[in-house]
Design a protein around this ligand. Structure first.
Ligand code: AHR
Length: 312
């Protein structure tokens, strides 16, 4: 726990993986892991899952971990610092696609193998691993059409602007509503960076703007923000009229579905330990596909019992 707090609190450009060091090989393979932000428990799980796996199973790996603190410029400097330290493979979960693209391209041009996790960049990489955000956006759209019987008003709480996950979850959701249930309208939206507090404040504002009966559903790009919306709706005594949908598969979201406070979430893999497992294979020159797509599942009142306690 102390180690995790140290990792979260540090603003240093590079954090060498902390904790009880395994007996490292004499000349370990250096793998850099540039995490975009540690603001959500989903991302803490991504870092910790990969770090622990490397410590326990990959004695020939030295894993260097950085935290971009949800700031794309900081993350670009982190990547530059990892490259300067001679990493053989660079694992990166980019805050935003455009900002990280040039530095990733430079890394690829210099012969460093790059593995992107969850969010993408706009240039070729050695391997991308993650769940399919376009599919999630589409499936969420279909679920909302059905849940609202083709008619109603939706508030969309978006993740970080310019992150590929945000773009896909937004664009595919909107396209699906337009094609399958034009009677469902998104009446307001806001970027809340995948963080609970801003989502809660945004929902409070929306409850001032829209009177009871004017909002039918909140679609949030992750469970942290969906749970923020639930808290605001409960505090205003308005939850009974509004359905809430999230993404990620947090245990708290499963409990909320069970209690009737949320109607659905879509599981979103935090790519651990796959990130470092495949980063290691890539560093060793194993032939792999260009993309590994991890599964996603819809969890709602019909199947939540079998998911309770199986999230994070
Ligand atoms: O990029 C995807 C999102 O980033 C996850 O769904 C979210 O919880 C995280 O911060």
């Amino acid at each position: 726990m102390k180690e995790r707090l140290k990792l979260l609190a540090s603003s240093a450009a590079t954090l060498v993986a902390l904790g009880a060091a395994p007996a490292l090989a004499a000349d370990p393979i250096k793998i850099g892991f540039s995490q975009g932000t540690m603001e959500s428990s989903w991302r803490v799980n991504m870092v910790e899952g990969n770090r622990k796996y490397a410590e326990a199973n990959l004695p020939d790996v030295k894993l260097l971990i950085t935290n971009g603190e949800n700031n794309a410029s900081k993350q670009v400097s982190d990547v530059e610092s990892l490259l300067a330290q001679g990493v053989k493979t660079l694992i990166v979960s980019p805050v935003t696609a455009d900002a990280l693209t040039p530095v990733v391209k430079r890394a690829m041009d210099a012969g460093v193998r790059v593995v992107t996790l969850d969010r993408k960049v706009n240039t070729d990489v050695t391997l991308h691993i993650g769940a399919d955000n376009k599919l999630i956006g589409r499936t969420a759209g279909e679920f909302v059409c059905k849940t609202l019987n083709g008619k109603g008003n939706v508030i969309e709480i978006q993740g970080t602007a310019g992150a590929s996950a945000t773009v896909d979850r937004n664009v595919e959701f909107r396209k699906t509503l337009a094609a399958k249930c034009p009677g469902v309208k998104v009446v307001a939206d806001q970027v809340c960076n995948y963080v609970r507090e801003p989502a809660m404040r945004f929902t409070e504002d929306m409850l001032q703007r829209f009177k009871p009966g004017q909002i039918d559903l909140v679609y949030a790009h992750n469970d942290d923000m969906a749970l923020g919306a639930v808290a605001a709706l409960k505090a205003a005594n308005r939850l009974s009229g509004v359905k809430v949908v999230g993404i990620d598969g947090e245990n708290a979201a499963y409990e909320a579905i069970k209690a009737g406070d949320m109607v659905a979430t879509f599981t979103y893999h935090f790519v651990a330990p796959e990130g470092v497992q495949y980063g290691h294979k890539v560093a060793k020159g194993e032939k792999l596909p260009k993309e590994i797509i991890l599964p996603t599942h819809q969890v709602d009142a019909t199947n939540v019992d079998k998911w309770i306690g199986k999230g994070f």
